[in-house]
Design a protein around this ligand. Structure first.
Ligand SMILES: [Mn+2]
Length: 357
């Protein structure tokens, strides 16, 4: 039994459940290796079954080694197969992913298995993914390196008159060219006053001299996500732009030098937030400092002011403070790090001193 499955077995013990029904696609991938998007896992102490339909059975047999693979059809649905397994194993309680299943599917399982006690797992399986192993970290580092390449590329392409959509497309093309299999989220490339919106969608605005350019992007490599943000200025930066940029950079560097295993997530957030507050921009930093990254772009735990969880070796975190001033513009600088015993390893290698194009 591999380390991931051992942690899952411990969860069964702790929660006093006989089996889990896994529906969330990244959890399915994490525990079984199956990369398709339509399946359920039934996992008890004795049985590990991947249920999927005829579109995916050949695929599943190639990828999944330690599970029985069952093909559902009109006669034996996911619910009916689960009922049969539960009956054969004489089980009483199944944990299910209440946050990842649609309501009508939950109702269908309950209707077919009326005597089973269904326990809501919330995000307990996601929590089992928070410490990354060496193979996961390798993929995340590679994905982040692709992002670094894309950033060097876009610096050469940005020019007055280019639209936000064109800039986003250049970044995306470069990531694909350097080996990305997809995007980990919709690319953000915004100019000028629109940079005051932390998550704006690229539009038809054209780049002008003196604009801030915020670029937040990431890709997927072997299933794992990357995430980085850089802000540059087209032409010469104004005094106010420089002040905001230097404040965000100081905050980011303060957090990077503070982060290490044993530190609470909220304290990492505070390390950056204090710098921004001290400079008088506290009210313009509305979001948390960062989030973990893995198979999904926003993983647990977050570096938020409310998160008291302690960082551990092997966790990944983004470190992305920002200052956003309505009707003026914003700056965000984001790196992706791996928590180590005495500090953190920065996977993002792109330069951070203010670039004036
Ligand atoms: Mn991020």
């Amino acid at each position: 039994m591999n380390a991931r499955m051992k942690r899952l077995m411990q969860l069964l013990e702790q929660e006093k459940i006989d089996a889990v029904l896994v529906a969330q696609r990244y959890n399915i991938r994490y525990f079984s290796g199956f990369t398709g998007d339509t399946a359920y896992l039934y996992i008890s102490k004795k049985r590990q079954v991947l249920m999927t339909d005829s579109r995916y059975t050949v695929w599943a047999k190639e990828e999944v080694k330690d599970f029985e693979i069952f093909q559902t059809d009109r006669a034996v649905s996911y619910q009916e197969k689960t009922r049969q397994l539960a009956e054969e194993e004489k089980i009483q309680c199944i944990g299910f992913e209440n946050h990842a299943m649609i309501y009508s599917d939950v109702q269908a399982f309950r209707a077919k298995l009326p005597d089973i006690a269904w326990l809501e797992l919330d995000k307990k399986l996601e929590r089992l993914r928070c410490i990354k192993d060496a193979s996961e970290l390798e993929c995340i580092a590679k994905a982040e390196a692709i992002g670094d390449h894309a950033f060097s590329h876009i610096l050469k392409e940005l020019c007055v008159g280019m639209t936000e959509k064109e800039a986003a497309w250049e970044i995306e093309c470069a990531m694909r060219k350097y080996g990305a299999e997809g995007l980990s989220f919709e690319t953000i490339a915004v100019f000028g006053k629109r940079t005051a919106m932390p998550h704006a969608v690229p539009g038809d605005a054209r780049l002008q001299k003196g604009d801030f350019v915020v670029m937040d992007f990431g890709c997927i490599y072997h299933g794992y996500c990357s995430d980085m943000t850089r802000t540059v200025v087209m032409g010469e930066a104004s005094g106010r732009q420089k002040d905001i940029y230097e404040t965000v950079l100081r905050a980011q560097l303060a957090a990077l030098s503070a982060i290490k295993s044993g530190m609470r997530c909220c304290d990492a957030d505070a390390a950056a937030r204090n710098q921004i507050e001290k400079a008088g921009y506290g009210q313009y930093f509305g979001h948390g400092l960062g989030h973990s990254v893995g198979l999904f772009i926003h993983e647990f735990p977050a570096l938020s002011p409310k998160e008291e969880m302690v960082l551990q070796e092997g966790m990944t975190e983004t470190v992305e403070p920002g200052i956003y001033i309505p009707d003026f513009g914003g700056v965000r600088i984001e790196d992706l790090v791996v928590v180590t015993r005495n500090g953190c390893e920065n996977l993002t290698k792109s330069p951070k001193e203010l670039i004036q194009l």
